[in-house]
Design a protein around this ligand. Structure first.
Ligand SMILES: [Zn+2]
Length: 117
């Protein structure tokens, strides 16, 4: 298997950006919908579909934003020539892992270790 991290990272970054935009649009749409319904209350213990959607989208957005930051960091490592090396043990990260998670900072052993950063 030949890995092209630059292409992979660019592809993932583009996908994550698109997802980020879609989520922002969805959150805005939910907010618009909520402003039209007077029954909505953020502190309603039963919650509403709109709040649940918004909470889910917001959580996803946080995740996507984090992924984007990780992808950027990975691109910086690529530029610095340290890409694909575990940040903890310094050993190369398996290609299969990088193919699945091109932004991975740690090898599978270190990532599975408890107390990881
Ligand atoms: Zn490691």
């Amino acid at each position: 298997m030949t890995l092209d991290p630059a292409a992979l990272l660019a592809e993932r970054t583009a996908a994550a950006r698109a997802q980020e935009q879609a989520l922002r649009a969805a959150i805005e749409a939910t907010q618009d919908a909520r402003s039209l319904t007077f029954t909505d209350d953020e502190h309603d213990p039963e919650g509403s579909t709109a709040s649940l959607d918004q909470a889910r989208d917001t959580a996803l957005l946080v995740q996507v934003t984090r992924t984007l930051a990780e992808l950027e960091a990975a691109q910086a490592r690529l530029a610095a020539g340290t890409y694909g090396l575990c940040e903890r043990c310094g050993r190369p990260i398996a290609e299969e892992r990088l193919a699945a998670r091109p932004e991975a900072r740690f090898c599978i052993t270190c990532a599975a270790r408890p107390g990881r950063p």
